[in-house]
Design a protein around this ligand. Structure first.
Ligand code: 4AD
Ligand code: MG
Length: 455
């Protein structure tokens, strides 16, 4: 049985007989023996293996080039050289698979753009291996965060007949064939009505919060917005908690607590994976994360944010005006230059927000909130929901939503309505924040963006 390299490197004692397997990172040949560095993806570190000439299997050494896969048997001994505590003195090596000269990762220092074009191989690099281990552990931390707080995990549907955000940026789901040339209607389609990939699990999540109290969803979401930016993907993962008996204040508290908790998790528990981002991506990463984990976030109303931006004297590409959405440049200035910490902006004009947000007493703003972080901008968007039946009906009418189609949603307000609130956190945006990676395409295994769906 092979032992993971993670466990070998962590070993408390030497061992007379171990088996390890992995991909060769480098091989160095000396007189009478060779060094193999092998990595099995279990951790950032690689295992150094010494193969003496004449060891069974050593006749294949010349084929154990960078990228080849090997099986090693031998003794785990204290390393003579610096850099690592343990190494393996091989008693046998087996070549599992060669990696000929066209293996694209022979050399280090490839550009992120090139590595995206070989997304099926890039997890074999140190940086992307670390990235996707962090992604895995952060997923686990998300579940733990909610489970420890009594939230129930709800699997909201991926195919949906509703449009949560009302922005019409949806991918159609259909079995109709656009090339058939035949006259087709929705009656001929699989669901006999227009259906799409979900842009958010919120509406379905709300119905469960109004039954199980506190719930969360965590799954893939899809947006057909044609914005080719470093922060938008057509397929991304969103975490959406929803809480009954909760107002905007409680919602903002949870979002802040969650960001802090996940950042702390990244700092404390990444088996050294974070160090590679500190070294190669962002020298100030740890310091920034520590600051975020231990300092209060700023909170201010949209109106105040607009005023501060207006008085800033900065020439933005997009002018700042009450009633307009904050642009990424505005969000980043607020958090990076002005407050120098994460900022939650709340109470936005109702005109620029979806139908489900609760109308404030001023009749002009809704209980929306966006949490902005340095380097990225919006990472969380949420609100208290409109729980008053008549106000919700009026909102729906204003947004052109028919009560016939959204009757199931309206029912939650008809039968035992309760104040409730929730938010959505973009999982990739969170990962960008904790690793310092600048492009969303580099934190998701296989990125889908306009014009790009390889693999
Ligand atoms: O602000 P958004 O659109 O809010 C919602 O969808 C609400 N229904 C959430 C809720 O209240 N339950 O999206 C929430 C978050 C954003 O703050 C952003 O982090 C992320 O989802 N996001 C994207 N991430 C990557 N690519 C995209 N195209 C994204 N669109 C939104
Ligand atoms: Mg938003």
């Amino acid at each position: 049985m092979r032992t993971m390299i993670r466990d070998l490197l962590d070993s408390k004692e030497a061992s007379g007989s171990i088996q390890a397997a992995g991909w060769v990172r480098t091989r160095r040949d000396s007189k009478g023996f060779s060094f193999l560095e092998i990595n099995d993806g279990s951790c950032l570190g690689s295992l150094q293996v010494i193969v003496d000439q004449g060891t069974p299997g050593s006749e294949d050494l010349s084929k154990m080039a960078t990228g080849a896969s090997v099986l090693v048997e031998g003794r785990l001994v204290e390393s003579q050289g610096g850099g690592q505590r343990w190494e393996v003195q091989a008693s046998a090596v087996t070549l599992l698979g060669t990696a000929p000269d066209d293996f694209p990762l022979q050399k280090k220092g490839h550009s992120p753009e090139f590595l995206r074009s070989i997304a099926h191989l890039r997890p074999r690099t140190n940086l992307y291996g670390a990235m996707f281990r962090i992604r895995s552990r952060m997923s686990f931390a998300v579940h733990r965060f909610f489970q420890e707080r009594g939230f129930h995990y709800i699997h909201t549907p991926i195919i949906t007949a509703s449009d949560c955000e009302g922005a019409g940026e949806m991918f159609r789901v259909t079995t109709l064939d656009p090339t058939s040339g035949a006259k087709q209607s929705y009656d001929d389609d699989f669901f006999e009505k227009p259906t799409h990939l979900t842009v958010s699990g919120q509406l379905e999540g709300e119905t469960f919060a109004c039954a199980l109290g506190s719930i969360y969803t965590f799954g893939p979401t899809f947006r057909a917005e044609n914005s080719n930016t470093s922060r938008h993907a057509a397929e991304f993962w969103m975490i959406e908690p929803e809480m009954a008996f909760c107002d905007l204040e409680g919602d903002m508290d949870l979002a802040e607590e969650m960001v802090k908790c996940l950042v702390t998790e990244a700092l404390e528990n990444q088996d050294g994976d974070l160090s590679i981002f500190e070294k190669f991506i962002d020298k100030g990463l740890r310091q920034r994360l520590e600051f975020v984990a231990s300092n209060p976030f700023e909170r201010l109303a949209y109106t105040d944010a607009v005023e501060i931006l207006g008085k800033s004297g900065v020439k933005f590409d997009y002018p700042v005006e009450y009633g307009q959405n904050l642009q990424s440049e505005h969000e980043r200035w607020l958090t990076e230059e002005h407050f120098k910490r994460p900022v939650t902006v709340y109470d936005y004009p109702k005109e620029i927000k979806p139908f489900y947000m609760r109308l404030n007493d001023d009749g002009k703003t809704v209980t929306a909130m966006d949490l902005l972080v340095p380097g990225i901008g919006e990472i969380v968007g949420g609100s208290q929901r409109e729980e008053r039946l008549e106000v919700l009906r009026a909102n729906m009418q204003r947004h052109g939503l028919s009560e016939k189609e959204y009757g199931w949603y309206v029912d939650t307000r008809k039968f035992g309505t309760v104040p409730h609130a929730g938010f959505g956190m973009g999982f990739e945006r969170l990962l960008m924040f904790v690793t310092g990676m600048q492009n969303i395409r580099d934190v998701i295994p296989f990125a889908r963006t306009p014009g790009h769906c390889e693999f």
